[in-house]
Design a protein around this ligand. Structure first.
Ligand SMILES: Cc1cc2nc3c(=O)[nH]c(=O)nc-3n(C[C@H](O)[C@H](O)[C@H](O)COP(=O)(O)O)c2cc1C
Length: 160
């Protein structure tokens, strides 16, 4: 018998991650975004990443429509942006600093960096869909990361 979903969430919450805002766009070039931590690098050559997107998120159809997305890696002072993009039914981009990239994707200011990706493969994953993207542009800054651990936001303490 499969385990209880809440138990999976509780136990996986012990695996500390960074926090990202995944952005994409619709047919009219309107930007959308969601908070995400179910993502990883997949391959160096070719340069691939994968993200896991809930089939119920508002922008779900945009991934197949635009076949492009960006991963914005939040820095330690950006927990409020994470909360904002994890809240349903609000205008997410108002009140935050962002710009449109040459590829028409929302790039959030003040992050640790971003990767823009072209969608190359889609895989079913239960109530989520796994999107594999090929990196087409990226940048990184010297900021420190926002950490998500056991359901709360944290900062890195320095050292081991
Ligand atoms: C720390 C954190 C990580 C999350 N990771 C993911 C994720 O990897 N994939 C996903 O689909 N939703 C994830 N969510 C939930 C979405 O951000 C949330 O459901 C969001 O409201 C969806 O966008 P929508 O409001 O436009 O539907 C995460 C939320 C938080 C707070």
């Amino acid at each position: 018998m499969p385990m209880n979903p809440m138990e999976l969430r509780r136990v996986m919450g012990h695996f500390a991650t960074g926090v990202a805002i995944i952005t994409t766009r619709d047919k009219e070039a309107t930007p959308y975004g969601l908070t995400a931590n179910a993502l990883t690098s997949l391959s160096l050559n070719p340069p691939l990443v994968l993200i896991c997107v809930d089939k119920n998120v508002q922008c779900y159809p945009c991934f197949e429509e635009s076949r492009i997305f960006a991963i914005n890696f939040l820095s330690e002072g950006q927990a409020e942006i994470s909360r904002r993009f994890a809240t349903k039914g609000i205008e997410k981009f108002s009140g935050i600093a962002w710009r449109l990239s040459d590829n028409g994707l929302a790039i959030i200011e003040g992050t640790m960096g971003y990767i823009e990706c072209r969608l190359i493969q889609t895989i079913e994953g239960g109530d989520h869909t796994i999107y594999i993207g090929e990196g087409i542009s990226a940048a990184a800054s010297g900021e420190r990361p926002l950490i998500f651990f056991k359901g709360n936001y944290h900062r890195l303490s320095s050292g081991e």
